[in-house]
Design a protein around this ligand. Structure first.
Ligand code: RFL
Ligand code: PHB
Length: 389
């Protein structure tokens, strides 16, 4: 089997890259470990930057998103009983879009199917080889057979636990990591959202977030202990705790209901350098992770896809290798800024176990400064809507 670009991982990064390259006449094969239903069952991101939306348009897959998504011009920051809005639109002239990662992934699968794209599911033992030569290949087991896929390049879009990052030798690879002493317990419920904008809430009991997917589908999160399991939290316990962590006006109007999904995600900041080694490119969660507080994981994956897609297009168009040579540097420059923002927003709004009274006063002062300073709000807004590519 042969293709131009072998893509390991059929999550949003792999599928978006595949679809964008297809639009430019470049052939790809996507190798995914899981079934399609499993990939579509993962409830993850909900907020898309304008840059992501533009890539979906460029990939020719924006029709349903344009019809069904919601534009958000701002967000609410709450602390105790206090709250204030940050208007992205007036501060930056940009907005964000509410459209779930599940829907993005579904649209991309549909587009790959319609174009006859090859996306192989339930591939096991996927292993890239000879990445530092000009004849790389990938081997894997599919339908009980060992398959060899020859290619020009390999895109490692296989998430945090995939094999691509490990293929970069330890003599070359550097990893930077910060873990946080808590997780997020999230639920999805078929109830109307408590507010028309997201509420990021800092409280004495810990952080809470009120988000949504549509008029009758809400997504809520609370900061939880890393030792908690979703089974420890009945729906009633979750709603009670959420209500204690948001201003009472919001708590009183909260519509509760049965959860249709409940999961815990640990919070982590992580970056691998470099993001290219020989003919391998890392893309998305395979190379970096942010805590979800700034809604940036999927969006940084999209900026990698942007740089990589332009690099590969320039190469296949006329042999220009500048984009390929500078991929890692360009992608990492934007990623580190986004890592900083996600880390900052996490520190601003969460309770940390070892925080002293002094730390708490400083945290409170920082939130109040944000409330009073247009410059501080603009800095948040500029990052939240997405830094330029
Ligand atoms: P993914 O989505 O992990 O996809 C990687 C794919 O690779 C497959 N794979 C393999 N395939 C073949 N062989 C192997 N050996 C393989 N190993 C793995 C996997 O099965 C999978 O299908 O990475 P990708 O494509 O880079 O996309 C990244 C995003 O999924 C991620 O950054 C976001 O979901 C993060 N995130 C958020 N991002 C945002 O931009 N906005 C948000 O509001 C937001 N909220 C969130 C989030 C992530 C969360 N969790 C659970 C981690 C909220 C949560 C709770
Ligand atoms: C979500 O809706 O899942 C979501 C929204 C904003 C975040 C994180 C997650 O910061």
């Amino acid at each position: 089997m042969r293709t131009q670009v072998a893509i390991i991982g059929g999550g949003p990064s792999g599928l978006l890259l595949s679809q964008l390259l297809h639009e430019k006449g470049i052939d790809t094969v996507v190798l995914e470990r899981r079934t399609r239903d499993y990939v579509l069952g993962r409830i993850r991101a909900g907020i898309l930057e304008a840059g992501f939306v533009n890539l979906m348009k460029e990939a020719g897959v924006a029709a349903r998103m344009e019809a069904e998504s919601f534009t958000h011009d701002g967000t609410i920051i709450a602390y105790g009983e206090e709250q204030f809005g940050i208007n992205f639109k007036s501060l930056t002239d940009e907005s964000v879009v509410v459209y779930g990662q599940t829907e993005v992934t579904r649209d991309l699968y549909d587009a790959r199917d319609a174009a006859g794209g090859v996306v192989l599911h339930e591939c096991s033992g996927v292993t890239p080889h000879d990445l530092d030569t000009d004849k790389p290949f990938v081997t894997f087991l599919h339908d009980g057979k060992v398959v060899r896929l020859d290619c020009d390049y390999v895109a490692g879009c296989d998430g945090f636990h995939g094999p691509s990052r490990q293929a970069i030798p330890l003599t070359v690879r550097r990893e930077y990591e910060k873990t946080y002493p808590f997780g997020w317990l999230g639920i999805l419920s078929e109830t109307p959202p408590v507010n028309d904008e997201l509420i990021y809430s800092s409280s004495d009991r810990g952080f809470a977030l009120c988000s949504m997917r549509n008029d009758n589908l809400s997504r809520y999160y609370i900061q939880c202990s890393l030792s908690d399991s979703p089974d420890d939290w009945s729906d009633d316990m979750f709603w009670d705790e959420l209500m204690r962590r948001i201003p009472s006006a919001a708590a009183e109007s909260l519509v509760t209901g049965a959860s249709i999904e409940k999961s815990i995600a640990p919070l982590r900041s992580f970056v691998t350098e470099p993001m290219r080694w020989g003919r391998l490119f890392l893309c998305g969660d395979a190379a970096h992770i942010v805590p979800p507080t700034g809604a940036k994981g999927l969006n940084t994956a999209a900026s990698d896809v942007h740089y990589l897609y332009h690099a590969l297009t320039a190469f296949y168009d006329g042999g220009d290798t500048e984009g390929i040579d500078r991929y890692s540097e360009k992608a990492l420059s934007r990623i580190w800024k986004t890592e900083r923002f996600s880390w900052w927003m996490t520190n601003l709004l969460h309770r940390f176990p070892e925080q002293t009274e002094f730390d708490l006063r400083i945290q409170r002062a920082e939130i109040e400064f944000l409330r009073s300073s247009e410059a501080a709000q603009r800095a948040l807004a500029e990052n939240y809507v997405g830094l330029p590519y």
